[in-house]
Structure formats: C-alpha cells, structure tokens
Design a protein around this ligand. Sequence first.
Ligand code: ZN
Length: 160
Amino acid sequence: MQIDKDRVVSFHYRLRDAEGTPLGGTDDHEPVTYLHGYGNLVPGLEAGLPGKQAGEAAAITVLPELGYGPRRDLAAQRVPIKRLLGSKRPRAGDVVAIQADDGTRQATVLKVGKFNVDIDPNHPLAGRTLHFEVTVLDVRDATAEELAHGHAHGPGGHQH
Ligand code: ZN
C-alpha cells in the first residue's frame, strides 16, 4: 500500500541541517505515526512522501518556507518555568516545549531566572534547511474515527 491521502503512515527518520549536523530523529524512540494529507507534518516533508511504501527509504530536503518558516526578528518572551513541559531545570540554549494557549510549541531558552525563563519564540528549526532521511515502516487505511479527528490514533499517534 502506498502513502496517499487518508492513510496512516509510520516512519523512522533522521534529521540533519545543511551542514550535516544531526538535529534529531527517532533512533531509539517510537516511530512517528501520522495521518497523511491533513497537515500533520511540516509541509515539505509531507509533500515528499506520497507513493512510498513500507520498507522504502527517502531522502527529503525541506527549505525553510516549507519547513518551520523563516527566522523572524521577535522579542524575547518571559515564561513561567512551570509552563515548561519536561525540563524543570532548563539552561540557556536548551530547546524546550512550552504549554501555550493553542497547544504546545518549541522554543529556545535564552536566559533562566528563579521563576521565569526568557525564550526566543522562534521555532528552533526556523530558517533552516532540513535534510530528512525517512524509512517507511507501515502504511494502512485510516479508520473513520481517525479521519473525523484529522490525526492518527494508537502508538506514535494521539492517545485519547
Ligand atoms: Zn483523535
């Protein structure tokens, strides 16, 4: 079965920047599982996947405009440490996840105070060209419930 709209896809990936520096991936983690065609991945990555099948690998280059957007000149924001997810003792330079009104988002820590941190509100990958190496593990039809929700359920997808 090929990757196409309304299919649920599981894949492992490795991510590097334009200089070849590793930026993360799913090594030693659960694969990513997503519903194709609903904007659940960055646009450039999702656009490179249709037609691939389980067992296939793909090298996909994503420019900033189709990735996490350009880097914007934004003022630092002050956020209570208690709104950081996971990292309770952040240090300058750390990438952290923040509980925002519209869900969670990632940011880079600039400065750490006693109760607050100053963050750069840009996504850490904003302005960067991304090189994904993707290995497709599984492709299946989405369930009616998944289509209604617009995302995948089960391991690697939404748990609710
Ligand atoms: Zn759901």
